[in-house]
Design a protein around this ligand. Structure first.
Ligand code: AMP
Ligand code: MG
Length: 508
């Protein structure tokens, strides 16, 4: 989009809160003042609604008749408040690439409030890019269109893939450029999350030795995300265990679809178990466990295959923050936490193995199955095979054992995959499951469409030039990732050599 001249933002746009339907109940805002900074969004000059996720808006109780584009632009820019909102910036700390920063906090985001959705589920509504807050440090509190668009596309794709994630409710452009590599169009994402409470939120209070706040936070998180732990004997330990179980399952799901988060800092790990903070994230094309996209991840700390180990590392930081609440005797607390953390590897491996074997059409595990799976991954790595398409085409072979051509075409040398396919065919023949049934089950777990990095980049480039068509097409196609959509087959293909995008940027 051509960058418009900088218009001055309106001083205050105060038409009063507007009733749009959602039922707000802001429990985080009832915590003590030191948990957040209450403040309104900084108004923007010329908000324009680019995208509204209508099914999600309905689910949240919005009255779509009242949410005309102008009103939506005013609401999702923060220029006007929905009735019941109580905007605030949340405090948190975090380890960034291994280094502890005792004070981070929402520097460019505002929690509008919590909404009880149509199923009685409590969710946060957050404006990302809403202007300066007390935690902006040197930042401008704003977001550029590119990263907002990436988060919109990828988070919605993850949701459609069945992976716990924050959602994208709306995207607006602000009419105000932001200064990054150069001047870029500004945008705001309205994000929906089970909550925005992070490992770093616990670290914030632990670093201040604020036991009272830690207890309040623990109780809040249990009420909100883990009510089944209300009566646990050791609530802090039980919470660690429960968060660990969700994170182990989550990271296993990431690996199964080839997702690389890119910035798994402790401030970007939600205790709810949702994927959060899509920065330089990307999906892998050719299978290589060492894949890294983020330009700032120079050591490959958050490479594809390192993600389980880094999740465990982050959970250890959560454990440290909770030690005082686990037991007054520190040594005893450490022993308890260490025992729990020691179970991460098994939890992860079980979740990963079950999901990966489902991808190759095996649902009743026998001896030798994990070795068979490893054999496929080795052949894929050696052959530079596309991760997503290998599994999708394997489903075609499951339906018709003669249909190996398209699968073989994904591999540079074919001996590896040919030998493996023979073993696999023999293995699945030992199960009594009809070929069509197996193929259908495989297609339900192996997507045809993922947000390919080059397609996301093309959508961003087009949007910057004022054309949101490719973005809209991508969002529509990715909302049904497991369906073959022949008219959009090109979006399922890996990049041609000259289309490859090897680096992604935070863009903050
Ligand atoms: P991230 O790495 O994107 O998760 O952000 C890390 C920290 O930097 C958080 O405290 C953010 O609020 C803050 N931050 C990122 N971008 C900006 C910005 N443009 N203005 C102010 N703070 C920012
Ligand atoms: Mg973050």
């Amino acid at each position: 989009m051509p960058v418009p001249p900088t218009p001055s933002a309106p001083d205050a746009v105060d038409l009063g809160p507007i009733q749009l339907g959602p039922v707000f109940d802001n429990s985080y805002g009832r915590l003590p003042e030191r948990f957040f900074a209450r403040q309104p969004a900084v108004p923007v000059a010329a908000p324009r609604l680019i995208s509204l996720n209508r099914p999600l808006a309905l689910q949240l109780g919005f009255d779509l008749d009242r949410l005309d584009p102008e009103t939506a632009a005013a609401i999702f820019s923060g220029n006007r408040l929905p009735l019941g909102a109580d905007p605030l910036a949340q405090a948190y700390a975090g380890h960034q690439f291994g280094t502890f920063v005792p004070q981070l906090g929402d520097g460019r985001a505002l929690l509008l409030g919590e909404v009880i959705d149509r199923d009685g589920r409590r969710v946060d509504l957050q404006l990302k890019g809403a202007g300066e807050t007390p935690w902006s440090r040197q930042g401008d509190g704003r977001a550029a269109l590119g990263p907002v668009l990436r988060e919109y596309v990828v988070s919605e794709a993850m949701h459609a893939l069945g992976i716990p994630t924050t959602r994208a409710l709306a995207m607006i452009t602000t009419g105000q450029p932001v200064l990054r590599e150069g001047l870029l169009p500004g945008a705001i994402l309205t994000r929906v999350a089970a909550s925005h409470i992070r490992v770093g939120t616990f670290q914030y209070f632990a670093a201040r030795d604020d036991g009272e706040a830690l207890t309040l936070l623990l109780n809040h998180v249990i009420e909100r995300h883990y009510p089944e732990l209300r009566d646990a004997g050791n609530r802090a330990l039980a919470l660690l265990e429960a968060v660990m179980a969700r994170q182990a399952a989550l990271v296993a799901r990431w690996l199964q679809v080839g997702f690389i988060h890119g910035v798994m800092n402790t401030d970007n790990m939600a205790v709810s178990g949702e994927t959060i903070d899509y920065g330089p994230c990307a999906f892998m094309d050719a299978y290589d466990p060492a894949t890294v996209f983020s330009s700032i991840d120079r050591q490959g700390r958050y490479a594809y295959a390192n993600q389980p180990a880094l999740a465990h590392w982050n959970l250890s930081r959560l454990a440290e923050s909770l030690l005082d609440l686990m037991d007054p005797d520190q040594e005893k607390a450490i022993a308890l936490a260490t025992e729990v953390l020691g179970r991460f590897a098994d939890l992860f491996r079980d979740a990963w193995t079950t999901g990966m074997l489902a991808k190759i059409g095996i649902d009743e595990i026998r001896d030798g199955d994990t070795a068979l799976l490893q054999g496929l991954l080795e052949a894929m790595k050696a052959g530079g095979a596309d991760y997503t398409l290998t599994f999708r085409r394997l489903a075609d072979v499951a339906a018709d054992s003669g249909a190996t051509g398209p699968l073989r075409d994904l591999f540079l040398g074919m001996e590896g995959i040919d030998a493996w396919a023979e073993l696999w065919t023999a293995r699945i023949a030992a199960d009594c499951r009809a070929p069509d049934e197996r193929a259908a089950a495989m297609r339900r777990v192996n997507p045809a469409f993922i947000p390919r990095n080059h397609r996301v980049q093309q959508a961003i480039d087009a949007a910057m030039a004022g054309d949101f068509g490719p973005f809209e097409t991508l969002v529509a196609v990715l909302s049904r990732p497991f369906d073959d959509q022949p008219a959009q087959a090109a979006l399922a293909e890996p990049p041609a050599p000259d289309e490859r995008v090897l680096k992604t940027f935070c863009g903050t």
